[in-house]
Design a binder for this molecule. Structure first.
Ligand code: AMP
Ligand code: ZN
Length: 139
């Protein structure tokens, strides 16, 4: 897609520190290096985010993850890794070409902070919501 940064990187029109490439996907180092080795995995085909992926493209992209994650872990000797995907602006997406972040972790103050706020669960509301989502999945 014209004017898409990651399409341009996939096409080799903009330089990137490439890690892995085949005919379907590209992995390269994120320019922000939130932690050392922060890497992105993208499909070469332009889709906005995971919400726009079909199962086949998701299978192609996600199948590449474990090997890349292990390679990144080995190369950086990180203690662990967060694998993150942001969908839409409210979720922190800034580049609207689907991508998965692989962020090696070295310590609690290494540059990435994730905080899950727990809310008191309402059992019947949870069941209703689960049923609602379940019926959407079956459509
Ligand atoms: P997100 O905020 O989830 O959309 O992530 C977009 C990511 O793309 C950010 O972490 C940016 O640092 C990264 N990024 C932006 N421009 C480039 C670039 N030219 N090369 C590599 N990574 C980039
Ligand atoms: Zn694109």
């Amino acid at each position: 897609m014209e004017n898409c940064l990651f399409c341009q990187i996939a096409a080799g029109q903009i330089p990137a520190a490439k890690v892995y490439e085949d005919d379907q996907v590209l992995a390269f180092l994120d320019i922000s290096q939130t932690t050392k080795g922060h890497m992105l995995l993208i499909p070469k085909k332009h889709v906005r985010n995971v919400l726009e992926m079909d199962g086949e493209l998701a299978q192609t992209v996600f199948a590449r993850l474990p090997k890349l994650a292990r390679a990144l872990q080995q190369a950086t000797k990180a203690s662990g890794m967060n694998i993150i995907n942001n969908n839409e602006e409210i979720a922190g997406q800034t580049v609207f070409h689907a991508h998965i972040h692989l962020i090696p972790r070295y310590g609690l103050d290494d540059g990435l902070q994730i905080h899950f706020t727990a809310h008191e669960p309402d059992g019947s509301a949870l069941s209703r919501l689960a049923e609602q989502i379940s019926s959407e999945v079956r459509k």
